[in-house]
Design a protein around this ligand. Structure first.
Ligand code: ZN
Ligand code: ZN
Length: 184
């Protein structure tokens, strides 16, 4: 396991809290988005600023992080491929456990799922990634009832709802037509 880089934008130093339960600090920061934040069809562009409003609070076991992240999203409609712009707004909450506390735990499986502080540093990136992916629609659309693309010519049907083709091929002949094209 590589240790955290204190200069990385999403790595926060909690030493200031002094491990004293009840001590808290409010943070407002703007950080560049890491690569591949989101899903393929909807994401925060790499380097785009993410606005973070955070509260770090020392508790008995570690540091509790709560707050919000806000950023611009870009993507494509999964039906018609039209570019989409949207705004991301997600809640963040995670308990980062002190390293020395985790060794007291007997349940190894549980231990793997716990976020840890390393030398009083915490890494927001995994938390941010999970929160963003959970918040995004699985299949983003340009509009709820996007009709998609014409299967014959690829035109975007939302731009041209009455779109049609005069010489529509009778489905019974479509197979023959395909065969004929193969021969040509
Ligand atoms: Zn669409
Ligand atoms: Zn068409």
């Amino acid at each position: 396991m590589t240790s955290l880089d204190p200069r990385a934008p999403l790595v926060l130093d909690t030493r200031e809290l002094g491990r004293r339960p009840g001590v808290q600090r409010e943070l407002s920061l703007s950080v560049p988005a890491p690569a591949e934040l989101g899903i393929e069809v909807l994401r925060v562009p790499e380097g785009e600023q993410i606005q973070l409003e955070l509260r770090l609070e020392a508790v008995m076991e570690g540091v509790l992080v709560t707050g919000t992240a806000q950023a611009e999203l870009v993507g494509e409609c999964v039906r018609c491929l039209q570019p989409i712009e949207d705004e991301l707004f997600v809640d963040l909450q995670e308990l980062y456990v002190y390293e020395d506390i985790r060794h007291d735990r007997s349940d190894e499986d549980l231990d793997d799922e716990v976020s840890k502080l390393e030398d009083d540093l915490l890494d927001l990136e995994p938390l941010l990634r999970d929160a963003v992916v959970l918040a995004l629609p699985f299949q983003p659309l340009c509009q709820d009832d996007c009709p998609g693309l014409c299967i014959e010519c690829g035109a975007r049907l939302a731009d041209d709802p009455d779109h049609g083709h005069e010489a529509a091929i009778d489905p019974r002949w479509a197979g023959l037509q395909a065969l004929k094209q193969d021969e040509d």
